[in-house]
Design a protein around this ligand. Structure first.
Ligand code: AMP
Length: 313
């Protein structure tokens, strides 16, 4: 099974209590693809500028990611600058330079048209929608967004939400999108906007899934949510991309399974937690370059252990 992901492919300038890095490879689609590549075939649609060199493309290719859909345009790649000096749980955006993304019109390569799963990673909702329209026959559509688009691109974002089977956002974004502080009420409001299920990420506290889809839960409204833990870590070096790597692990695992059942959805939340936890152990995606499937399974088992309740003492 293969996932087509559209989203930002970027250079990030990052500042955390562990140091400062200039122009490391980043972007929502980049982080997502790196993480999902441990589970399934991944194809990327995005645009980069002249500063994106063969060695940068090689980072993805080494993980087996198909980069045919990354367009090379004149100008500079998307650049994001963020700081975690005030809080490791929330990035302070210092700069968002859309650059080549400002005039990007996504084109799906013919070889991508048979993709089974679509992931609309964080980028302008107009672009997410253009890709969705070109892929009408996919099995499942999941997506992400962020405060930047929720605040100022609301109308377009709502059109994307109406298309989603799964929306993955963090809890602050869920509350902002719903205009509601209570998480359960916010989840309900967000799902009324269209997504059939919702995964709310709580950073170091895990993630909660909400369902209202008849096809994989047998109910048409919100049932009791399911919560998965996050891996307690000694040290968080750089939280950038944790959410995208969570999404990559979550969706990559789903795409690797023959059928999406409630059990698969729940396990996927754990794999999301595993990939998110590895992502934050170093700057950019560095940790993922040496990661193995065994490391992933080992941490999956740890997460399983720390959240298991034995009913008979
Ligand atoms: P995360 O930490 O998982 O929320 O994602 C961080 C990544 O999102 C960084 O690598 C940035 O390049 C990318 N990013 C930041 N702002 C935007 C934006 N407005 N649109 C698309 N991607 C963004």
């Amino acid at each position: 099974m293969s996932i087509l992901v559209v989203g930002s492919v970027a250079f990030d300038t990052l500042e955390t209590p562990h140091g400062k890095r200039e122009r490391v490879q980043g972007g929502a689609a980049f982080h997502f693809a790196m993480a999902a590549s441990f589970f399934t075939d991944v194809r990327v649609v995005g645009v980069v500028g002249e500063d994106f060199l063969p060695e940068h493309e090689e980072t993805l290719k080494k993980r087996g990611v198909d980069t045919t859909g990354i367009e090379h345009a004149e100008g500079k790649s998307f650049h994001w600058a963020g700081s975690y000096m005030k809080s490791l749980s929330e990035a302070e955006t210092l700069a968002t330079d859309l650059n080549v993304f400002g005039s990007f019109a996504p084109k799906i390569p013919a070889s991508y048209l048979d993709s089974d799963y679509l992931f609309l990673a964080n980028i302008d909702p107009v672009l997410q929608l253009q890709v969705r329209k070109q892929m009408p026959d996919v099995k499942l559509v999941a997506g992400d967004t962020m405060n930047y688009w929720i605040a100022d691109h609301r109308a377009n974002l709502e059109k994307v939400l109406a298309e989603l089977d799964v929306l993955l956002i963090n809890d602050g974004e869920a509350r902002m999108l719903a205009g509601e502080n209570n998480l359960l009420k916010a989840a309900r409001k967000v799902m009324e906007m269209g997504p059939k299920s919702l995964v709310v990420k709580h950073g170091e506290y895990g993630a909660t899934a909400f369902f209202c889809d008849r096809s994989f839960t047998g109910v048409s409204h919100i049932t009791l949510p399911f919560r998965a833990p996050a891996m307690p870590l000694d040290e968080v070096v750089d939280p950038t991309g944790a959410g995208d790597c969570f999404a990559g692990g979550f969706y990559g695992y789903i795409a690797s399974q023959p059928e999406l059942t409630p059990a698969v959805f729940r396990k996927a939340l754990f794999y999301g937690g595993v990939m998110g936890s590895y992502a934050v152990e170093s700057f950019g995606t560095e940790r993922l370059h040496t990661l193995t499937r065994d490391d992933i399974e080992q941490r999956f088992r740890t997460l399983q252990e720390i959240s298991h309740l034995e009913l008979e003492a």
